[in-house]
Design a protein around this ligand. Structure first.
Ligand code: SAM
Length: 356
């Protein structure tokens, strides 16, 4: 068994379980060189036949000397091949730069011209964030919030929605079956994106009606039309940091809380609670962090911090924020690897469901 004294790999070399040295772990050069290659579509150009740096520079309108030095580095670290004639091609690792719609090597994610790719560059502000505790790195870098920037770039907004929808589609059937959505009568999906969750809920519960409230109603409106659900589903452009349409049976908050700081989460849950009143429910759907101090995904946690000033939260942390606005947990259900947390304004004497 590996312990801190007995590294699992590279014993005696000072390496940790990752198999990478501290220098490799701290390197900013290779990640930036890969991102430049993705942004310039170098992988696409050499995948059909190897090319010289000069040819690639001409194709990409870049400086031949600088581009060759970048390509030579990528060859040195095993991302590109270079033969004796100076022709560059892809190694198997480099070929991952071609994989479409894969968050591991998603070209859109690595492309420095997209919102997702731009967001990664905000990590240069990590020290400022560590010092201040409340700097939002994305806004510090670009002078605008992630969401406002996303709204300006339609292709990035579509891509973002698609990534969200892909994750949702894998679980929507289980989410629809794990909780009695039909009993709510009508739901507002708060920040419901392109409507993927609501479509799944309405298909599984024929008596249910629903409304997505998101920054841009158009993607969900289109999804409801395409699904033949326009008679039971609608979308509104709106801001969940402001009051929500009142009177629905349920206010769904799916994968929203980790994008916001504690004060904003209280605001969002508070608006849901006010709109739900004493009869409605607030239903948080999310993958919670495992426990205090142990992040299920530390990369995502730091991305939440840098992009939005948010965080990965445990169920108990969300329960506490909900309690701050007068909401108590009334049921908990598992759906795939996510949790459905039902909250309501607690009647006097109500015994809340423990989350610990
Ligand atoms: C992480 S996505 C979650 C989407 C969806 N609920 C899901 O689980 O797939 C966050 C959503 O919040 C929306 N959003 C961000 N800020 C918002 C705001 N102030 N008001 C309304 N929607 C907002 C985004 O447009 C996006 O659709």
């Amino acid at each position: 068994m590996a312990t801190s004294e007995t590294p699992a790999t590279g014993q005696g070399t000072g390496r940790r379980e990752s198999g990478r040295s501290l220098r490799e772990l701290a390197d900013l050069i290779t990640p930036m060189a890969i991102r430049v290659a993705v942004t310039l579509r170098i992988p696409q150009q050499v995948s059909g036949g190897r090319l010289t740096a000069q040819a690639l520079a001409a194709n990409t309108n870049t400086d031949p000397d600088v581009l060759e030095r970048i390509l030579l580095h990528l060859a040195a670290v095993g991302v590109l091949t270079r033969d004796d004639g100076g022709l560059f091609g892809l190694t198997p690792v480099g070929a991952q730069m071609l994989v479409e719609n894969d968050m591991v090597a998603n070209p859109d994610f690595l492309d420095l011209n997209t919102v997702a790719g731009r967001a990664e560059l905000s990590f240069v502000h990590l020290l400022d964030v560590a010092r201040s505790g409340d700097t939002v790195a994305y806004s510090a870098q670009y002078g605008t919030s992630f969401w406002d920037d996303l709204g300006k770039e339609p292709s990035s907004a579509v891509h973002f929605d698609q990534v969200m929808a892909d994750g949702m589609k894998k679980r929507v059937q289980e989410i629809a079956e794990a909780y009695d959505w039909g009993a709510l009568g009508n739901v507002v999906d708060v920040g419901g994106g392109n409507g993927t969750l609501l479509v799944g809920l309405l298909r599984a519960h024929p008596g249910l009606r629903g409304t997505v409230v998101d920054r841009d109603a158009e993607p969900a409106t289109r999804a409801f039309r395409d699904a033949g659900l326009s008679d039971r589903a609608a979308a509104l452009s709106g801001n969940f940091l402001e009051p929500l349409p009142p009177g629905a049976g349920g206010y769904v908050v799916s994968r929203i809380q980790s994008d916001w700081n504690d004060a904003d989460v209280r605001t969002i849950l508070g608006h849901c609670a006010d709109a739900a009143g004493t009869r409605g429910r607030v239903v948080v759907v999310d993958e919670f962090a495992a426990e205090e101090g142990v992040r299920t995904d530390s990369e995502t946690d730091l991305r939440m911090l840098m992009y939005y000033g948010g965080k990965e939260r445990t169920m108990e942390q969300v329960r506490q924020l909900a309690a701050d606005v007068g909401l108590s947990v009334t049921s908990l259900r598992r759906a795939a690897d996510w949790t459905i947390m039902e909250l309501s304004r607690a009647p006097r004497g109500y015994r809340p469901v423990p989350t610990g």
